[in-house]
Design a protein around this ligand. Structure first.
Ligand SMILES: [Ca+2]
Ligand SMILES: [Ca+2]
Length: 301
């Protein structure tokens, strides 16, 4: 090619390259713009998070609560605490002011760790799910109105949908009780002795407190308000013990009463870790809220 043709050829080639780069820029623009908009959004849609994954380090099995230091991680903007493997005695016997449905005490073991929400789900967290289309509007509450108060007046179905929207699930009552009491089988999340200063209960509370208001009442894994503030929905079908997941857990069952755990701002000594209550999954109540759990190693398929 002579110089006479080389100059126009190079100009055309450069023009084509420039047009090509502009086209790539235009194609890229919408996604980067979406990222920018998402960053500005005050209630961004949680991005699916697949961590912890198979790279997560093994968690030791423990034999008493004091062998464990709380581990807190944030998944999809929610704080969760790690529950290590171990065994505990589920239920409560005579002499513990227990109810008939807590007997007999029976040992249960976890071979795998799991995550549980550090706090009850707040109104703000649930509102984000509604705005995103993952949850339906709840019935209005007279007692829980602030953003950081716990979400209540939700059916078991709404609680289930909320946790699934976050990529998590409701706990079984077995998981809930282990996270509240631990291998040391504590009577209350904070210890073996009732202390009204460590829990949001009747006697001083007339409405749910903002979540996590009493850090000193944390359970052995660092979960707050496990006793009191609001009862919490579990997946478990209400039956008498011993607990057996084959009988107590059935995702296809949408009619049987489901277990609540932890007591509420209207209760006193019933904030014991072994205490159980149960109602229809369609019930809405000022006293019941949501706490989610997640497997330690998430299924990334
Ligand atoms: Ca609670
Ligand atoms: Ca009970």
């Amino acid at each position: 090619m002579s110089n006479k043709f080389m100059v126009p050829f190079l100009c055309v080639a450069l023009l084509l390259i420039a047009l090509g780069l502009m086209a790539v820029g235009l194609l890229a623009a919408p996604s980067s713009g979406a990222v920018a908009r998402a960053a500005q959004d005050e209630t961004p849609t949680p991005e699916p998070e697949l961590e912890p994954d198979a790279e997560s380090p093994p968690v030791p099995t423990i034999e008493s609560n004091d062998e464990w230091e709380p581990v807190i991680e944030v998944f999809n903007e929610a704080e969760m605490v790690l529950v290590p493997p171990g065994c505990f005695d589920m239920g409560a016997d005579e002499g513990e002011n227990s109810d008939l449905d807590e007997k007999p005490v029976h040992q249960q073991c976890f071979e795998e760790p799991f995550w549980i929400d550090r706090n009850e789900v707040t109104r703000a967290m649930y509102a984000t799910c509604v705005e995103d289309g993952g949850c339906t509007e709840a019935t209005e509450s007279l007692f829980s109105v602030r953003d950081e108060q716990p979400m209540n007046m939700v059916t078991w179905f709404q609680a289930t949908e909320y946790c699934e929207w976050r990529g998590t699930r409701l706990p079984t009552e077995l998981e809930w009780e282990y996270a509240a009491r631990g291998p040391s089988n504590l009577r209350y999340p904070w210890g073996d002795t009732f202390d009204i200063d460590l829990v949001v209960v009747s006697g001083w509370a007339t409405e749910p407190a903002d979540v996590g208001s009493i850090p000193e009442g944390a359970s052995w894994v660092g979960a707050l308000d496990m006793g009191g503030n609001l009862w919490e929905w579990t997946t478990s079908i209400y039956k008498f013990y011993p607990y057996d997941p084959a009988e107590f857990e059935d995702p296809e069952n949408t009619t049987s009463a489901r277990v609540w755990r932890g007591g509420s701002f209207r209760y006193d000594d019933d904030v014991r870790g072994a205490n159980r209550d149960a109602v229809s999954p369609t019930r809405v109540d000022e006293e019941v809220g949501i706490r989610c759990v997640s497997d330690y190693i998430l299924d990334t398929e």
